[in-house]
Design a protein around this ligand. Structure first.
Ligand code: SF4
Ligand code: F3S
Length: 106
């Protein structure tokens, strides 16, 4: 399955959503997650993300392993998003910031 990692937090560009053939993205206030039970591993979303937030679960960067569980957990709580929308207003600023986990809003 594919996983959304930290770079998405406070950016939420949503380019990923429009290409997913199975609508497995779920939307929180400032982050998206992928439902691992629905993702078919097609990989088309990964190159669409301007900040490179989407990776295969076998390829999660060191220190971000917790995002695998986090995607599964929030996918069960947040609604499906199936159409792209405008990024968050200050997405450009946050795109280059690391260590954003503390900013994740539920
Ligand atoms: Fe959707 Fe394919 Fe990305 Fe999985 S890998 S989230 S099925 S676009
Ligand atoms: Fe997030 Fe990238 Fe999608 S910033 S909303 S994973 S395009």
């Amino acid at each position: 399955t594919f996983v959304v990692t930290e770079a998405c937090i406070r950016c939420k560009y949503t380019d990923c959503v429009s290409v997913c053939p199975v609508d497995c993205f779920h939307e929180g206030p400032n982050f998206l997650v992928i439902d691992p039970a629905v993702c078919i591993d097609c990989a088309v979303c990964a190159p669409e993300c301007p900040v490179g937030a989407i990776v295969a679960d076998s390829d999660v960067p060191a220190g971000q392993e917790h995002f695998v569980d986090l995607n599964a957990r929030y996918a069960a709580q947040w609604p499906v998003i199936s159409q792209a929308r405008e990024p968050l207003p200050d997405a450009e600023h946050w795109a280059s910031v690391s260590g954003k986990l503390d900013h994740l809003a539920e």
